[in-house]
Ligand binder design. Sequence first.
Ligand code: OGA
Ligand code: MN
Length: 298
Amino acid sequence: MPLTIQPVTETFVAEVGDVDLSRPLDAATVETIRDAFWHYGVLVFPGQRLDEESHLAFARHFGPLETSIGVYRTDVAPRIREDLSDISNLDRDGRIWGADSRIRRYKMGTRLWHTDSSFKHAPARASLLHARSVAPVGGHTEFADVRAAYDALDAEMRNRIEGLVAEHSVFNSRARIGFTDFIEDERSNLKPVYQVLARTIPESGRRALFVASHAGRIHGMADDEGKALIDRLLEHATQRQFVYTHRWRVGDLVMWDNRATLHRGTDYDDLRWPRDMLRATVSDEVNSCEREGVAVPG
Ligand code: OGA
Ligand code: MN
């Protein structure tokens, strides 16, 4: 039975049915999914029963996997293997995290608009998030279409950001929420990186804004001026007309193209409801400045 692709919105989100991602897929099916993914940017696969292996095997169709930044935390043992990111509110024993726990304070950073791993030299291309349990109230994930947002910029702003490069660091996004207690291993392994402010997505040829809460300074600009520009672009890109809100059901696998989207988690009662999500992440392999042919500052 061929799979079905049902648009949720015309150009941003589609739901894919009649496919079992826990089994190996034939080449034609993979090609159909890939084409839809490059077109839309967000795909929802409801009702998937995935174990860690099948989740990762499906992710590999979109490029090489990246390793969770949890590996830089040597103070706590992770709950899951290092090629998956733990997007839950649970500790190693499956209990809801403590109100004052470091991990809870740190993960509040995902409530800010971001794109995954922009603070790594090679940022993330695709993220594939699978819901094993969901909160009955809240805990949605919002996605903003940064291609549509780019298209909606006026010519003056497009010219202004052309060739500009921003410094991205996980310390920037965490500073925004008042989290600063990184340990030394994290500090030395998570040095700031440069990323362009606008990039072309090779598979679709579409241009996209590249901003995130991880972005701090803009190279060659005064700190406050750069920050104001980043905030202005974030505000522009996340206006209602560019945003889709995903309301999770158990078994949903949602995959997004980090080059085409910004996303953020929304509020829920995280001390009451377990919300268990695992993310596989595909690397974009090279730095965005390199891809765009923009010189990386000093
Ligand atoms: C992520 C993420 C937000 C959420 O998985 O990368 O930011 O709603 N998730 O859990
Ligand atoms: Mn994220």
